[in-house]
Design a protein around this ligand. Structure first.
Ligand code: FAD
Ligand code: NAI
Length: 453
């Protein structure tokens, strides 16, 4: 019998297994596909590898601005995919090695929960049945396939893609249509536009970038439009045909050319087909219901990562995994989500943490707002020729601490964590002013903005 069985080897599952194994628990991790899950194999890492190639290409193509002259730079998509595969292989091997050193037993196969007998949870993998005291479910999420005419045929003919297929695409489409202007849609739209595709984004809402601050999302959209990406908001896709996509815009049917179409309309937790019902685990709204320790309604059973649907982010999964394992080990710990950083790795990057203007207004929080162009940072200006970046701080009017930070511009992903710490610790604005930031860094923009309060 194991102390812990972990179902799923993505960020939530592998980190939970590693932490538990390192703490001395006997752990079995069951993964049906590849260690690293969506994040390493078809999500975070592959997409960021692509986006880095696009950034290098963009720099090379516009090198003159920086006094560097290159002749006819060319992006070879097959080479980009090959490099991505190499990066993925290295990281996946690293996860395997880490699990080995923390003495985790890894089984490749689909784990099926059989139920509980004599206080032991029973899980089948292939011909074998394993038992354990605790179970962590980390089965992740899968792409939503919208019920649009022509989707099935498009998927079969490989002209309609999800994140999985597009991150293996060996060619640069002439016309790419992206259905859904959320995180995946924006990252991939930016990549393929930089590589030369005509890109059209069709979004059903009146704004892009989901939960991001609306003003900042509009700025990103304008930047993308300047680069030639076409947006159709408030639109419903009605038909995907070979070579084109049809959608309705204010009642009018329109059509755009598409040799490839990306479906990026959201992801849903994987909760079916592996026996959750045999333990009576509560699933509501398509996600496993958990408390602040990651506990489900069934004693000894936890759910971490995308499957609990709280935040579908790898770093959320990591921390949830730690909290669940600490709870199993009898250590006090709980999830706090108020300073969860989000990054959209577009070019320019967009990152945010804490409240947006919309959430402040919905919650009736009184706030002050400071916005500054990123050009206030010398480092930013030194490295950018198109100074369109912006930072926005939201400050609690009564208590003078940071509620939210929103950044568009290079290094946004790297500097957002400093703002996250300031929010998490509720540091007073007066105290933040006394912090020393290294110069010249883009992070100094936070200090600049604070002094405008
Ligand atoms: P997953 O990574 O989905 O892993 C679940 C694993 O469980 C899978 O390997 C699956 O094979 C396995 N499994 C499922 N059922 C069973 C079973 N019955 N038995 C055995 N194994 C099973 N997040 C970020 O924070 N930053 C990013 O930049 C980012 N980029 C992304 C880009 C894309 C294109 C996508 C699609 C997602 C991205 N994400 C990003 C989200 C991130 O990938 C997920 O939040 C993260 O992978 C969730 O981890 P997880 O462990 O919950 O699930
Ligand atoms: P998303 O939820 O970010 O965006 C989906 C978009 O599609 C929304 O704007 C929604 O309004 C729109 N939409 C839904 N149905 C539609 C329809 N029928 N027609 C047109 N538009 C429609 O989902 P996405 O982009 O698929 O990403 C899934 C999740 O993966 C993200 O929410 C995020 O948690 C994670 N992710 C994180 C990344 C990061 O951290 N950088 C990168 C990529 C994904």
């Amino acid at each position: 019998m194991f102390d812990l069985i972990v179902l799923g080897g993505g960020p939530g599952g592998y980190l939970a297994a590693d932490r538990a194994g390192s703490a001395g628990l006997s752990v079995l991790l069951i993964e049906k596909n590849k260690l690293g899950g969506v994040c390493l194999n078809e999500g975070c890492i592959p997409s960021k590898t692509f986006l880095h190639s696009a950034k290098v290409f963009d720099h090379a193509a516009r090198g003159e601005v920086f006094g560097v002259f290159t002749e006819n730079p060319r992006l070879d998509q097959a080479a980009v995919v090959a490099r991505k595969n190499k990066v993925v292989r290295t990281l996946v091997a690293g996860v395997g090695q880490t699990l080995k050193s923390s003495k985790v037993t890894v089984k490749n196969g689909t784990g099926i929960i059989l139920g509980r007998e004599n206080r032991q949870i029973r899980v089948q993998c292939g011909e074998e049945v394993f038992t354990s005291r605790h179970l962590i479910i980390a089965t992740g999420s899968e792409a939503v396939i919208p019920p649009i005419d022509g989707v099935k045929e498009g998927l079969e003919s490989k002209s309609v893609l999800t994140n999985r297929e597009i991150l293996d695409l060996q060619v640069i489409p002439e016309h790419l249509v992206v259905i859904g202007g959320g995180v995946i849609g924006l990252e991939m739209a930016g990549y393929f536009r930089t590589c030369g595709s005509q890109v059209t984004v069709v979004e059903m809402l009146d704004h892009i970038a989901g939960a991001a601050d609306r003003e900042m999302a509009d700025l990103l959209q304008k930047d993308y439009e300047r680069k030639g990406i076409e947006f159709h908001l408030n639109c419903q896709v009605t038909n995907i045909k070979p070579g084109s996509v049809e959608f309705t815009d204010s009642g009018e049917t329109k059509s755009v050319d598409a040799d490839y179409t990306l479906l990026s309309v959201g992801r849903r937790p994987v909760v079916r087909g592996f026996g959750l019902e045999n333990l009576g685990v509560l699933v509501e709204g398509g996600r496993i219901v958990t408390d602040a320790q990651g506990r489900t309604n069934v004693s000894g059973v936890f759910a971490v990562g995308d499957v609990n649907g709280v935040w579908m982010l790898a770093h959320a999964a990591y921390r949830e995994a730690e909290v669940a394992v600490n709870t199993i080990l009898g250590k006090k710990d709980f999830m706090r989500y108020q300073a969860m950083p989000s990054v959209i790795y577009t070019n320019p990057e967009m990152a945010f943490v804490g409240e947006t203007e919309q959430t402040c207004q919905d919650k009736g929080i009184k706030y002050k707002k400071v916005t500054l162009p990123m050009n206030y940072s010398g480092r930013y200006l030194a490295e950018n020729d198109r100074g369109q970046g912006r930072i926005k701080l939201l400050i609690d009017s009564d208590r003078e601490y940071l509620l939210g930070c929103h950044v568009i511009g290079s290094y946004a992903s790297e500097i957002i964590m400093s703002a996250g710490i300031l929010i998490e610790t509720q540091m007073r604005i007066a105290d933040i002013k006394e912090l020393i930031f290294p110069h010249p860094t883009v992070a100094e923009i936070i200090r600049e903005a604070v002094f405008q309060v």
